[in-house]
Ligand binder design. Sequence first.
Ligand code: FES
Length: 501
Amino acid sequence: MNSLWLSYENIKNLDYKTDLKGSINCDVTIIGGGIFGVTCAYYLSKLGYKTVILEKFTIGSRTTGHTTGKITSLHGLFYDYLINSFGKKFAKDYLDVNEKAIENIKNIIDENNINCDFKYQNNYIYAKSEEDLLKIKKEINAVSSLDYNCEFVSKTSLPFDTLGSICFKNQAQFHPLKYLEGLCKSILENLGEIYINTTVTDVKNDGDNYITFTPDAKISSKYVIIASHYPFINFPGFYFTKLYQSTSYLIAIDPKKTLGNGMYISASEPYLSFRTATYDNKELLLIGGMGHKTGYTKSENETYGKLEEIAKKYYPDSDILFRWDTNDCISLDKLPYIGSYSSLMPNVFVGTGFKKWGMTLSNVAANIIVDKIQEKENKYEYLFNSHRLKPLKNIDEFKNMLVDSSNSLLFRKLETSNLDFFEIPQNSGGIIEINNEKVGVYKDNDGNIHAIKPICTHLGCLLSWNDTDKTWDCPCHGSRYDFDGNNLYNPAFKDLEKYDL
Ligand code: FES
């Protein structure tokens, strides 16, 4: 089963190109056709910049196609943290710029008549324990101190009792792929070009311009926006020292009963998220959560199985129609990086680390980058300074990341695998040893063997087998590959070496 959003076929029928060869010029090269890259291209092409999008897969097929699709300024219990860590003005500006993004998205939808199931909804964070209730009350005090009108709510439409919730009104939900389709139509009408199935391998400075390389072409432009899932250029930038990835899970059910309103998320881990969506004239319920650090795989019971158990408990007649996982990039101080990629690459821009709130923050990021390209001041830019060193303040997270990386880069590689080839059941995989070499093996349902070298092509960490999604995942920075070794998620962009057993 795949994502509900990716079942929307119409977006595949636009006038994309696939045959980029030779040398071309444009004003702005955008690497990545998710919501951030496409929103940048939308604004820039309307302003008359010649934009070219280069997407490795298809438009919206990675994080955007796997999101919950919530548009909100309520990003978990975040404002108390922001006030304590960065001060009141900072927290207020963060709130304002995200509220502005909701308005911007609605304006884009109205101006372009995009039929993307946009619906205003209240957004709630609910408490199931006394401890969470205290956190929610603290958050309400924090948000109220920013002159924003949030509410404490004791009753919700959820199918279970809660102890209370914080509620932000006039937030929204939409169908992210239908929204992207509308943006892409506008980009193409404004003479932008969109190349799909096009992998970028490098970006290099060339006088006043930058050259973006694909295996068959060179694109020269004054500006480059790196809007790939995870920044894939290691040096300069060093984003691999400041970002990790989280994998979480979603199911879409036909609950066979009428649902109430609202979008919901729990106050503490493991987070559970709920929202409705329309599909085939039915109202579906999306249940998500059970996240964990990418590469530290969990069993079916702890991921989809748990979500399905919740669905069956509260909606016993329900049918499960879709299930999918999603990867999110998270910075060590929980704030995105938006701005120039590095002081050594001033006209190369980045937007990343949107945590799980990329539908809203991608609009924030696009506005900041578009202003930078126009050399216009943006009063919110300072919130997301892409060169900041503050994450090092978060020393515990930084240490965890170093320990995780060292384990996978050095120690796990030296351990001998005790797994016997014949012990691996069908539709499962693992790492075995052949002549003292580690080999990653997956046996499919028909008994075919898929063998790869289980070493990440990003920086060489040992991969882990993910038996739930049948993928090879990297515990260091979260790259993922399918069972044949084809790269699915950055920062790696090369496939794994394949073996013939
Ligand atoms: Fe960095 Fe694998 S993602 S080494």
